[in-house]
Write a protein that binds this ligand. Structure first.
Ligand code: 23J
Ligand code: MN
Length: 263
């Protein structure tokens, strides 16, 4: 089987076979209890997942079970397409996103300690430039993944949304970092462990929800509610994001994987 070595895909297949490449699932399990964002009045909200039986090994279908899903596009681990935001309305729907944007280098910015100390931690341009000073310039098609440890709250909606006196308190980029991510580097997208790509306080920023506004407005993508970012190296992993190819879709529940070199 050594002929598989003759291509780079062959080398990857060999790595998967011998365990030197590990597959990490970055997806949160999706169920009726998966948390969804709750916007304040007067805004409309997304439905969480619900399911209705079509048949379940019964007279409606004696040998098969299947369900009808009701779910918002922006529920659970999901992708934000450019047309999700008014600034990106002439950009790509989910179906039009080039696959080359959905597979790329995973660049992990670790703000776990900062988030532990301050759940509303705001990622800054200084943080991003410090990351580059250590790890090199963010490459073409990079996915910037903000690691915060927030996944430990993912099964508890109140802890996950973390809405207090001053509204939601969750980590995310500040306005300048949002602008930098949108315009200064050739990235495909930004991923996070929290319910949305913006910080919880982002609704009160100028512009409101700056990362949605600027990143999606620049034709780039968002990815939320990620799991297992603690199992990724800072650089060197490959991320694969698989949204439904929804025509006209503003987003989609997605499966996301990382391929991680071991040892
Ligand atoms: C609509 C308005 C604000 C936000 C969101 C949606 C999301 O988080 C989302 O899933 O895109 S912050
Ligand atoms: Mn979304």
């Amino acid at each position: 089987m050594s002929s598989t070595r003759t291509t780079q895909v062959g080398a990857l297949l060999e790595g998967l076979a011998d365990g030197s490449v590990e597959i990490v699932d970055l997806t949160q399990p999706l169920s009726e209890s998966t948390p969804v964002i709750k916007l304040p009045p007067p805004f409309a909200n997304t439905p969480r997942l619900s399911r209705e039986e079509i048949s379940r090994y019964d007279n409606r279908g004696p040998a098969w079970a299947w369900y009808t899903l009701t779910i918002g596009e922006h529920a659970g681990t999901h992708l934000d397409a450019p047309i999700h935001w008014i600034t990106g309305k002439d950009g790509a729907d989910v179906a039009s996103i080039p696959p080359s944007m959905l597979i790329g280098p995973a660049c992990v910015v670790d703000k776990t300690a900062e988030t532990e100390a301050n759940p509303g931690y705001l990622l800054t341009v200084d943080d991003l430039e410090a990351w580059e000073a250590e790890n090199g310039r963010l490459p073409e098609r990079a996915w910037v993944l903000m690691r915060t440890g927030w996944q430990s709250r993912a099964q508890d909606e109140a802890a996950f949304l973390n809405v207090g006196q001053n509204g939601p308190e969750t980590p995310g980029p500040d306005v300048d970092a949002s602008r930098w991510l949108a315009h200064e580097r050739p990235i495909s997208g930004f991923g996070t462990e929290t319910v949305g790509i913006d910080a919880g306080a982002g609704g009160g920023f100028d512009p409101p929800f700056p990362l949605h506004n600027l990143l999606l407005g620049a034709g780039r993508l968002g990815l939320t509610q990620l799991a297992n970012l603690d199992r990724l190296p800072i650089t060197g992993a490959l991320i694969v994001v698989s949204p439904l190819r929804l025509v006209g879709g503003t987003g989609s529940p997605s499966r996301a994987f990382a391929l991680v070199p071991k040892g």
